[in-house]
Design a protein around this ligand. Structure first.
Ligand code: ZN
Length: 151
């Protein structure tokens, strides 16, 4: 795909997610939740997960912030919902590899869904924190979970 086309696709998909975020709101009985802030931009994201054994059964987010932070959180919840903790670790790693422009295989691209398009922010280093905020929150949430499981 040409850069120009990717740019247009990026804009329309990001705007769609930011305007109509998926899994936006509050879980009634979350297993855990975490609020992370990105002071340089003013983004605040609250990620909540509902665990069923090892599986992220449900996930929602709430928050205020820029278009990229909101769109990325929406993409993240869509991709992660229904996956095990181990699978989620793999997906998170692929997402971060993608953000620093490591080449993903077609299969890996498919696994991170729309979030693949966020590699475009690598061109704007100040926006990387916006794009990764909700993913950092998820990562911390499931790291905690693993500690609890091993107890
Ligand atoms: Zn931001």
């Amino acid at each position: 795909m040409g850069l120009m086309k990717l740019d247009q696709l990026y804009r329309s998909v990001v705007l769609e997610h930011a305007s109509y975020p998926k899994n936006y709101g509050t879980l009634s009985t979350p297993s855990d939740s975490l609020v992370l802030r990105n002071p340089s931009c003013g983004d605040i994201i609250n990620v909540q997960i509902k665990m069923d054994n090892n599986v992220i059964k449900d996930i929602k987010f709430k928050g205020t912030g820029c278009t990229i932070s909101k769109a990325s959180a929406s993409m993240m919840t869509m991709v992660i919902k229904g996956h095990t903790i181990q699978e989620s670790h793999r997906i998170i790693k692929m997402f971060f590899d993608n953000i620093v422009n490591k080449d993903l295989s077609k299969d890996e691209q498919a696994q991170i869904g729309d979030a693949f398009l966020l590699s475009t922010v690598a061109k704007f280093p100040t926006r990387i924190r916006c794009a990764t905020l909700s993913w950092h929150a998820l990562s911390e949430l499931i790291n905690n979970k693993e500690v609890k499981v091993n107890d």
